[in-house]
Design a binder for this molecule. Structure first.
Ligand code: R5P
Length: 283
């Protein structure tokens, strides 16, 4: 309506506004739609399944044959975090869950991990039909600036096409996984423009969530731990404001991966008590 009024008033303004509004409106819709595909708008929560480990760890335990381990879990995940090689080698295109595409890499566990580059173009992310794109930032590490520039590049590209960016706050060996460090890294990700922040659970986690303002926060699972402890961590993170998890090893390295992802879902989406969720894992 306002565009029509502008048209009557000044044809030149109308044309400029048409282009401007057309782009902004459609971009916002696409961005919101993609985010709603990942974070369930009914519960406000999400269970992402992270299986991108091979981009720097090679054939990680549980992911040697990625398809064999992961395809049975897909029905229980809200989204899959994966590389383009992971998708094209192991995931059938009939799969209808949103993809969070890992766009950075260029390092291995044998070298300095913070020395990442962007390995994947946004055009390839669009070809893959990614619902979000992702890279890591290494705050406090040797290549801190380069990794933040990577995030900035993805945010700028994502804004052009309405694709949200999930920023992973990587933690170097010398960094403490505490609220001060994770709050610092997460807030930097928010200020650069990430639409979702992935970080680690820690004491005083609510301070990390608070540092992220309105930006949703998910936690990584980290190294494999006892199932009940992993469920407790998911519950604690939810209680302290995380919208969910982006969990990998604590699901696919479990002795009952399907039971485990179902249990995590019950905690994240339904707020189930850990004892009850543990029974689901055991079933
Ligand atoms: C980290 O950079 C990658 O995104 C990992 O694949 C992801 O954080 C792993 O998830 P988890 O720690 O739960 O195995």
């Amino acid at each position: 309506m306002s565009v029509f009024k502008l048209n009557l008033f000044n044809n030149k303004v109308y044309k400029l506004m048409d282009v401007f509004l057309g782009k902004v409106v459609s971009m916002n819709w696409g961005m919101k739609n993609r985010l709603n595909r990942i974070i369930n708008p009914k519960t406000g929560h999400c269970v992402m399944l992270a299986v991108d480990h091979g981009f720097f760890q090679g054939p990680t335990t549980g992911l040697r044959n990625l398809g064999k381990t992961i395809n049975p879990l897909i029905p229980y995940a809200d989204a899959l975090m994966i590389t383009r090689g992971g998708i094209r080698n192991w995931i059938p295109p009939e799969m209808d869950k949103p993809i969070i595409l890992r766009m950075s890499g260029g390092t291995s566990i044998l070298k300095e991990l913070s020395n990442e580059i962007i390995t994947t173009t946004v055009e390839d992310a669009i070809r893959i039909n990614a619902s979000a794109i992702t890279c890591s930032i290494f705050v406090g590490a040797e290549f801190e600036q380069q990794s933040i520039a990577n995030l900035s590049h993805l945010v700028n590209e994502g804004q052009k096409y309405g694709i949200p960016v999930l920023a992973v706050t990587a933690v170097g060996k010398e960094m403490a996984r505490d609220a001060r460090f994770l709050g610092l890294a997460s807030r930097i990700a928010v200020e650069i423009g990430a639409q979702i922040v992935k970080t680690y659970f820690c004491d005083d986690f609510e301070k990390v969530v608070e540092a992220c303002g309105n930006t949703p926060v998910v936690i990584a699972g980290g190294k494999k731990i006892d199932e009940k402890d992993a469920l407790q961590m998911a519950k604690n993170a939810r209680d302290k404001g995380a919208v969910g998890v982006d969990m990998g090893r604590n699901i696919f390295q479990s002795d009952n991966p399907i039971g485990m992802i179902k249990a995590v879902r019950a905690i994240i989406h339904d707020g189930m008590a850990v004892e009850d969720a543990f029974k689901i894992y055991k079933e």
